[in-house]
Write a protein that binds this ligand. Structure first.
Ligand SMILES: C[S@@+](CC[C@H](N)C(=O)[O-])C[C@H]1O[C@@H](n2cnc3c(N)ncnc32)[C@H](O)[C@@H]1O
Length: 223
């Protein structure tokens, strides 16, 4: 399995789904990638570690505060070639076609997820990869009861990902779901408490499964 660096992801309960996705993808040294909706840069740093000094990672986020946070995370990890850009995913425009366009926990927040997936497809070279990881929030459980996330525009967008990829003109390579689970004190319970502000105590927890879609831009396209 691909060695996903601990740094920046050590306390990330969704690290294992990320490792699975990167392993399935066969990410290699020298790739150029974009992490769309990069946030604090956890995924950006992991990608940067894997592509090495000959690779390049663009970290795109509409929140200008993300740029400094990602730059600091990249500097702390001593990874080169990270370019943080303030840009809406709907306007995604990069200086070069990339090998991989990646997003995690982004499409659930945007107005129209299909617009963003299309834009990601256009950002990669012909034959390049598009990988999205999004939750099915209501499939999460605490004490057997479904979770909800009223603040998100599309809390269950993960359930629609395969269709979105096809509607965006991409070729589906693989799709699956993974969910961290636990009971009692531990990282899963701490993560849920940080998300909801409520301590789940000893209740059994299944965090929202992340659906991963691995898709490719067709090798020959006209646009
Ligand atoms: C929940 S965070 C996810 C961060 C990161 N992808 C991760 O998995 O750790 C969502 C991020 O998407 C960004 N975002 C939301 N809407 C966006 C848009 N339309 N274009 C670009 N970024 C957006 C937010 O600013 C935030 O940083």
């Amino acid at each position: 399995m691909t060695a996903v660096p601990e740094l920046g992801l050590r306390n990330d309960v969704y690290r294992r789904p990320l490792a699975t996705a990167l392993d399935r993808l066969g990410l290699r040294e020298g790739w150029t990638c974009v992490d769309v909706g990069a946030g604090g840069g956890d995924v950006t740093v992991a990608l940067a570690e894997l592509v090495g000094r000959d690779g390049r990672i663009y970290a795109v986020d509409s929140d200008p505060a993300s740029r400094d946070v990602v730059a600091a995370a990249a500097a702390a990890a001593s990874v080169a070639q990270v370019f943080a850009i303030t840009q809406a995913a709907e306007d995604l425009t990069l200086p070069e076609p990339v090998d991989l366009a990646f997003c995690r926990f982004l499409l659930m927040h945007v107005v129209d997820p299909l617009v963003v997936v299309r834009r990601m497809g256009r950002a990669v070279r012909p034959g390049g990869w598009v990988v999205c990881q999004e939750p099915v929030t209501t499939a999460g459980r605490v004490g057997g009861n479904p979770l909800s996330m009223p603040g998100a525009r599309h809390p269950d967008v993960g359930a629609l990902l395969p269709r979105l990829a096809l509607d965006a003109g991409l070729e589906m390579v693989d799709a699956w779901a993974e969910a961290p689970a636990g009971a009692g004190p531990g990282p899963v319970s701490a993560y849920l408490a940080s998300l909801t502000g409520v301590d789940p105590g000893d209740d059994p927890i299944v965090l929202p499964p992340l659906v991963t879609v691995v898709a490719r831009r067709p090798a020959e396209t006209g646009d």
